[in-house]
Design a protein around this ligand. Structure first.
Ligand code: FEO
Length: 168
């Protein structure tokens, strides 16, 4: 009976390594959004500031979702080092473009883990990652919509553009 009750690792080891990398990526994204929030805060771009503070929180939540998933399934989650966070941006548009690039990289990384889980018959991780795939699709869409506003309002004052962004 004990053998049945004892916690078994149900995540494939290759998948667990990728999930730990993903924790690091989400925490880096969180730190990066915090840098963007600060950049906007210093320039009184209030909607953008709120948007990026919220993004920073959400990315940390994503990291924690994966963190607890690994440990709850008998694996070993690793607390990552977060280094080389960029705090310098050329413009508000560059901030959002960097955000979109970051989201695209995260989506590709999630797809890679999903494919590995499928290849290794790791059904638990495959199901777990479905939420992240939907989330990434929404996040990319949000950034693309904001960048569309820049195209539509080219030449307008930054504060006016910022006011067109969704309030958090
Ligand atoms: Fe959790 Fe938007 O990457």
């Amino acid at each position: 009976m004990n053998a049945v009750v004892r916690k078994q690792m149900s995540i494939h080891p290759d998948v667990m390594d990728l999930l730990n990398n993903q924790i690091a990526m989400e925490m880096k994204a969180s730190a990066s959004y915090l840098a963007m929030a600060s950049w906007c805060d210093q320039r009184e771009l209030l909607n953008s500031k709120d948007f990026f503070y919220k993004q920073a929180e959400e990315e940390r939540e994503h990291a924690m979702k994966i963190f607890t998933f690994i440990n709850d399934n008998g694996g070993a989650a690793v607390s990552p080092n977060v280094t080389n966070v960029n705090n310098d941006f050329e413009s508000l548009r560059a901030v959002y473009e960097t955000g979109l690039e970051q989201e695209i990289a995260v989506t590709e990384s999630i797809f890679k883990i999903f494919k590995t889980a499928r290849k290794q018959d790791d059904y638990i991780t495959e199901v777990f990652l479905q939420w992240f795939i939907t989330e990434q699709s929404e996040e990319e869409d949000t950034f693309r919509s904001i960048l569309d506003v820049f195209d539509l309002m080219e030449g307008m004052p930054l504060k006016m553009i910022d006011e067109r962004f969704p309030k958090e």
